[in-house]
Design a binder for this molecule. Structure first.
Ligand code: 5GP
Ligand code: ZN
Length: 115
C-alpha cells in the first residue's frame, strides 16, 4: 500500500468503487470515466508504480492478472466480438494513475492507431 495512491485507497475500500472482482492478489472495478461501453480496470493489490517496476518476483502475479482479465472479458460477453487491453505507461503513454492497471475496453469497434 502506498499512502498517496488512489488505486491503493480504492483497493483498501477507503475510496468507493464499483467492484467487478477481488481476490488476494488482484482487484477489478469499473472505470469512473468509461472510454467504451464496457471499461473495467484490473490492478494488482501490490503497489507497482507502472509495469516497468515489475520484477521477476511479480511474474506469477502478472500472469494471474492477465488470466483473470480474460475471465472478466468472457464474463462480460466481450470475447465473441473482441475487446482491447491497454496498459498506459509513463507520461508519453498517457498514464495518469501511478499504480499499474490493465484497461479492459469493449462494446464498440476500437480505432487503430490509438490517439
Ligand atoms: P490511465 O490514464 O492512468 O491509464 O488510467 C487511469 C484510469 O483511472 C482512467 O481511465 C480514469 O478514468 C480512471 N480513474 C481515475 N480516478 C478514478 C476513480 O476514482 N475511480 C475509478 N473507478 N476510476 C478512476
Ligand atoms: Zn497503489
Amino acid at each position: 500500500m502506498s499512502d498517496d495512491c488512489l488505486f491503493c485507497k480504492i483497493i483498501a475500500g477507503e475510496i468507493p468503487s464499483n467492484k467487478v472482482y477481488s481476490d488476494d492478489d488482484v482487484y477489478a472495478f469499473h472505470d469512473i470515466n468509461a472510454a467504451a461501453p464496457q471499461h473495467i480496470l484490473i490492478v494488482p493489490k501490490k503497489h507497482l508504480d507502472d509495469i516497468t517496476h515489475a520484477g521477476a518476483e511479480d511474474q506469477a502475479l502478472l500472469g494471474k492478472l492477465l488470466l483473470r482479465a480474460n475471465k472478466i472479458a468472457q464474463d462480460q460477453g466481450l470475447t465473441e466480438n473482441g475487446f482491447r487491453y491497454v496498459i498506459n505507461t509513463g507520461k508519453d503513454g498517457g498514464q495518469t494513475v501511478s499504480h499499474v492497471h490493465l484497461h479492459i475496453l469493449g462494446g464498440r469497434r476500437m480505432q487503430w492507431p490509438p490517439g
